[in-house]
Design a binder for this molecule. Structure first.
Ligand SMILES: NC(=O)c1ccc[n+]([C@@H]2O[C@H](COP(=O)([O-])OP(=O)(O)OC[C@H]3O[C@@H](n4cnc5c(N)ncnc54)[C@H](OP(=O)(O)O)[C@@H]3O)[C@@H](O)[C@H]2O)c1
Length: 324
């Protein structure tokens, strides 16, 4: 067990330092096709969570610059308004709107979903981007461990509750969840609230990101006949405010070799633009290509069998009725 964990960390480090950096992006970009990014999104509605900063901001800007109507979900009104006016002035697209919701509160997510659904507009693209890595154990007023609340419970609840809007945009609708290569270091674990006494925020973050990848597979299967497709992705290591705050050591070590926010968001925008017959539902993408979900000999693959029971636990923790 100890050897396997050490192997996972070493293999992840090697993979990361060669592929997730800026130089990895530059190398992979040699195969990118310029025309892929020329597709327009006029008349399409996109909802991006955590859109005021880092990768969410770059994604919202990328979608707005291609004519989409973009709803930027942010938790802080002031930061949201600043980002909104920056995107409107940079893209000239006035169909960009601000929505306020603190995703650490599942009750707020439910209220937001009700309000957003009352517009009765089709939702073509949902980007579950907002996320955080909190090193110290904190519990929300609703009793959820904070990383789990924002990284798993909120995107799960939001996605399920806006499903009727996504179905309205069928067969074109898609959900893109911004996971992380950090998930390579952890198998799926049903201790969602990380109740062990030795809380480790980095490990909890990796577990959350693993849930997102397994959930994407599960959703893809569950909703395969509804015309809604699901993809997860890894942005690589991008120099965002979130990384500077939560992983200052990584920022320092990779100084000069971190991806820009646009480079980190590139695959999110690409996934939003491509015709669906080019994409593989339930897959994990990295640099515009399907990527492996498990590192060799890491022993994480069979853990995905637990996703059904994990979904039931998430629903119970979020006070959602049992899965229909
Ligand atoms: N950057 C990387 O190298 C990297 C690598 C792998 C995965 N990712 C993933 O990429 C996503 C974006 O991260 P980032 O690097 O762009 O970090 P970031 O700059 O910190 O952006 C995170 C966004 O999420 C929002 N957010 C956090 N907690 C929230 C809450 N309770 N309610 C609503 N919004 C909330 C933040 O809002 P505030 O500004 O108000 O805090 C911010 O807009 C995350 O899911 C992260 O796990 C990033």
């Amino acid at each position: 067990m100890f050897i396997q964990k050490a192997w996972r960390t070493a293999a992840f480090g090697l993979y990361g330092f060669t592929q997730f950096t800026k130089s990895g992006f530059v190398e992979h970009a040699k195969k990118f096709r310029e025309e892929d990014m020329k597709i327009r999104l006029d008349g399409k509605n996109c909802l991006v969570t955590g859109a005021n900063s880092g990768l969410g901001f770059a994604t919202a800007e990328g979608l707005a610059s291609r004519g989409a109507t973009v709803y930027m979900l942010c938790r802080n009104k002031e930061r949201g308004e600043t980002a909104l006016s920056e995107i409107r002035s940079k893209t000239g697209n006035m169909n960009v709107h601000l929505e306020i919701c603190d995703l650490s509160s599942i009750n707020e997510v439910k209220s937001f979903a009700t309000k957003f659904s009352s517009m009765e507009k089709p939702l073509h693209v949902l980007v579950n981007n907002a996320g955080l890595l909190e090193h110290k154990r904190a519990t929300t007023t609703e009793g959820l461990e904070l990383n789990f609340a924002v990284n798993v419970a909120a995107p799960y609840t939001l996605t399920e509750l806006v499903m009727p809007l996504l179905e309205k945009a069928s067969p074109d609708a898609r959900v893109i969840t911004v996971s992380s290569g950090g998930m390579y270091t952890e198998p799926l674990n049903n201790n969602l609230q990380y109740s062990e006494s030795d809380f480790d925020g980095t490990k909890q973050y990796a577990r959350n990101k693993r849930v997102q990848v397994a959930l994407t597979e599960w959703w893809a299967e569950k909703y395969s006949s509804n015309g809604v497709s699901f993809y997860s992705m890894h942005p690589g290591w991008a120099d965002t405010p979130g990384v500077a705050k939560s992983l200052p050591g990584l920022s320092e070590k990779l100084s000069g070799n971190m991806r820009s926010n646009d480079e980190g968001a590139d695959t999110v925008v690409w996934l939003a633009l491509q015709p669906k017959d080019k994409l593989i539902p339930g897959s994990f993408y990295f640099d515009r290509a399907e990527a492996k979900k498990h590192l060799k000999f890491a022993g994480t693959a069979s853990s995905h069998d637990q996703i059904g029971s994990i979904v039931n636990s998430i629903r119970a923790l979020c006070s959602l009725p049992p899965n229909p």
